[in-house]
Design a protein around this ligand. Structure first.
Ligand SMILES: Nc1ncnc2c1ncn2[C@@H]1O[C@H](COP(=O)(O)OP(=O)(O)OP(=O)(O)O)[C@@H](O)[C@H]1O
Ligand SMILES: C[C@@](O)(CCOP(=O)(O)O)CC(=O)O
Length: 457
């Protein structure tokens, strides 16, 4: 039987995200979210492992060399009755504990199950996969003295400080894309709309399975398509998906990904999202204690209890979010005259006001007073147009739209240097600017040369 013919080595990268507007709303298909890709990417390189003396073991090794103990070795077996590909973790540490990475394991299981079903060929050749993450996922520029392209953090991933850029979605997307490009070079083209759509569907299915719940998927969508106005898929598309290993999983997955039965109703509007020339996004990491657990559940519980009041808040916030997207696009398309950011400022004010209402009414600190003070202070800086608590909000981050000039960045840095969180039980935190900005493009097939020094040869 012929083997699935791989490319010798392929590299793919996918961007991180910020949900500038639309947190909570985007969980409901009635509403949408304004999501920006960020220029912090996760890169995956798949290399063919040559067979020795004609003998090849069915093994795939995945390494994430920036972290300690970040090697995952898998044996893979095709399960009978079309059950898909089973990944068996092989490496066991001294305490007989398996060091598992559910995102890597599930993404591989889904991608290889899809590859074997599409190619009709059960034989997958062994490979070595390297994951490389841009440093901003786990640090700020001032944390790093080395200036190394891919910093060695010297800790296990579980101990790394996450900055909230959506590492798991970017990882699942780039890993899935790299496996598809490696094993199905003639059957999927990630530069086409159709190829991206299949990648999106497969990565959403794997990401939901790995995290054990069907979220809105805005992070996977922006990892695939880049910045966009996003309307989620109906959760029913994935809610009743069969389990890997169960009879028919392979065909079911293929039908879902290729939209053989039900088409996916995801809406990704790329043209609706622009950043006007002369402006940029800035992300700031706030370490002011940890976020409140269960924020999403509490907000949704309140919405269920008070549907009429919640609908008003949802509608007002949606209108404010749409106005922001519209205004940014209008400014991007306007030419000539000196730009006037007055309406854009009002859009941010309206979003923040509605978010605070949502937080007060549901009893969840979405834009808590500490973040209100910080955002107000940022908005008073010359060149700052406006800001939000992105995504689910809380104490973790702020996102700002600013004039793209060094003086504004320097003034913000100075503000953050002396910033103290006051008047809350969560004192002692600090604020730092990440080295990232918006990125319009999603998944990219990359040249492998820049990664070579990090690969096992
Ligand atoms: N560089 C990496 N190498 C291997 N696995 C990684 C890497 N980065 C992230 N992961 C996987 O993703 C998990 C983190 O996912 P999680 O959803 O908790 O964070 P996140 O996606 O960064 O969150 P957020 O949506 O708040 O930004 C890690 O525990 C690990 O399994
Ligand atoms: C609250 C929510 O709408 C956004 C969460 O965003 P983030 O993980 O905080 O960036 C949840 C979701 O969309 O899955």
């Amino acid at each position: 039987m012929a083997r699935v013919a791989p490319n010798a080595a392929v590299a793919v990268s996918a961007p991180g995200k910020v949900l500038l507007a639309g947190g909570y709303l985007v969980l409901d298909r009635e509403y949408n979210g304004l999501v920006f890709g960020l220029d912090a990417r996760i890169h995956c390189v798949v290399q063919d492992v040559p067979t020795r003396n004609g003998v090849s073991l069915s093994e795939i090794t995945v390494r994430s060399p920036q972290f300690e103990d970040a090697v995952w070795e898998y044996g893979y077996t095709l399960i009978e009755r079309d059950g898909g590909m089973q990944m068996r973790p092989l490496r066991i540490d001294a305490d007989l504990k398996l060091n598992r990475n559910p995102f890597v394991e599930t993404a591989l299981c889904y991608a290889l199950s899809y590859v074997t079903t599409v190619s009709g060929n059960p034989i997958i050749t062994p490979s070595a996969i390297t994951i490389l993450a841009d440093n901003d996922y786990y640090s700020t520029p001032s944390d790093l003295a080395s200036g190394e392209r891919f910093h060695n953090f010297g800790v296990p991933i579980s101990k790394a400080h996450k900055t909230g850029l959506g590492s798991s979605a970017a990882l699942v997307t780039s890993l899935t894309a790299a496996v598809l490009a490696h094993y199905l070079p003639d059957r999927i083209d990630l530069t086409t709309a159709e190829g991206k759509r299949r990648l999106h569907n497969l990565a959403q299915a794997a990401h939901c399975a790995a995290q054990g719940k069907v979220g809105s998927g805005f992070d996977v969508a922006s990892a695939v398509f880049g910045s966009c106005l996003y309307r989620r898929f109906s959760p029913s598309i994935l809610a009743s998906h069969s389990e890997p290993g169960s009879p028919g999983f392979g065909s079911h997955l293929r039908a879902t990904v290729d939209e053989a039965g039900t088409p996916w109703d995801t809406e990704v509007l790329k043209d609706a999202v622009r950043v006007p020339a002369g402006l940029r996004l800035v992300m700031c990491d706030v370490s002011c204690g940890s976020g409140t657990p269960g924020m999403v559940r509490k907000v949704l519980d309140w919405r269920k209890q008070e549907p009429a009041e919640a609908d008003r808040v949802w509608r007002d916030l949606q209108a404010a979010n749409e106005a922001l997207a519209r205004e940014m696009r209008a400014l991007a398309e306007a030419s000539g005259a000196e730009p006037d950011y007055a309406s854009l400022r009002l859009c941010f004010k309206a979003i923040r006001k509605n978010i605070r209402t949502m937080g007060e009414k549901s009893g969840v600190p979405i834009e808590p007073p500490a973040q209100t003070q910080l955002l107000d202070a940022c908005e008073a800086v010359q060149g700052v147009v406006g800001g939000t608590v992105p995504g689910a909000g809380g104490y973790d981050a702020i996102a700002l739209l600013i004039e793209d000039q060094d003086s504004t960045v320097a003034e913000l840095q100075a503000l953050f240097k002396g910033w103290e969180f006051k008047g809350e039980e969560r004192g002692g935190g600090n604020v730092s600017m990440l080295g990232v900005r918006e990125e319009m493009e999603g998944v990219k097939v990359e040249d492998t040369t820049p990664y070579e020094e990090y690969l096992i040869v």
